[in-house]
Design a binder for this molecule. Sequence first.
Ligand SMILES: Cc1ncc(COP(=O)(O)O)c(C=O)c1O
Length: 419
Amino acid sequence: MTPALSATAGLHEQAARLDADDTLADLRARFLLPPDVVYLDGNSLGPLPAAVPAALDDVVRRQWATGLIGSWNAAGWWEAPLRVGDTVGRLIGAAPGQTIAGDSTSVQLFTALDAAAALRPDRPLLVTDPGHFPTDRYLADAVARRRDLAVRHVRPGDLPDFLAAEGDRVAVVSYSPVDYRTGELYDMRTLTRAAHDAGALALWDLCHAAGALPLDVDGLGVDLAVGCGYKFLSGGPGAPAFLYVARRHHTTLETPLPGWTGHADPFALADSYTPAPGIARARIGTPPILSLLALEAALTAFDGVDLARLRTKSLSLTGFFLRCVDALLPPLGFTPVTPAEPGRRGSQVTLRHAHARGLAVALAEVGVIADMRAPDLLRFGVNALYTSHRDMLTAATRLRDLGEKADYDPAPPTPGPVT
Ligand SMILES: Cc1ncc(COP(=O)(O)O)c(C=O)c1O
């Protein structure tokens, strides 16, 4: 056997052994995945959870068609943002009554950033990561303009030094625990504490963490957090996002979009706004019930799942993939950019390659769906609820085959929308 063949055989054996020991393997049945696809893009759009079609059918045919407007009460539609919020809350370590579901991440971010600035009125700076997802940076700029503040871009690793110099001027520090491009994991505990030591608030964007990692927003004393419903939570395209606000801020929380559903007595249709008590004041307008209830059904995929065990499996999958990359891809121009240390890795592996776009397109054609971020990052998102070690090896071997034969278009057309 050639060394290359024996390396591949060894990896097949490892994958088979790791999958045989996987006590979470049965969870894959909670998703309706096409049989011949290796889906490594759940960090962008989660696949369809098996519980969703029947739940949506019931919402549409029974609750809406038969129950009509009475379903706002009878089917619990009115309470859905708070109920689904609490379900997400369980995944992020939030006790009930602090998380609300609805609107997009961008809207929730605007609310959270603006409300945080209002909670620290004498501090003129908003701090965010220069590598943060664009919407986070744009909205920090927008809130700063609106409130006459300034934005400082500080890498998470540089935060302690920055705060030592200017901490007493910072209203809020806004970061993501996982870099959406590289998959690097930052230490939420250290950064939250650093913000608090400076008297600032800590706001986290959990889009790439909720449902992927065990989180403990209450335990860490996080002030505000947002996240989307369509990545690791698999709530469907454009699923409602969530907003967490720690209970200690509720009585003073002022939201920038005081819509009627956040009123203390919405059906009084009063002339002026009085905020509802608790997180309900973060409601804005009529909630998107079909999407909310699809998300609620999707979240049942987490029923009984221990997130610490899910994290252990996720690290096993990404660690194994990095070993496959190391064994199979070195001569082909791929460089892993995700840290090898497990404690610094989210639930994704990113490889740098000059032809990342062409390779992502070609991989999809051979049944491995990953994605890329311009100009040269190939991302493999790993959701341990439905991914196996064999899937990771299939992705690596197909990537090697494409790379060896240069069997891809080096400059394919730019695709349509991706998030
Ligand atoms: C970290 C992060 N924040 C926000 C968003 C998107 O926000 P929205 O749900 O409003 O499109 C993304 C999308 O990929 C993201 O990665």
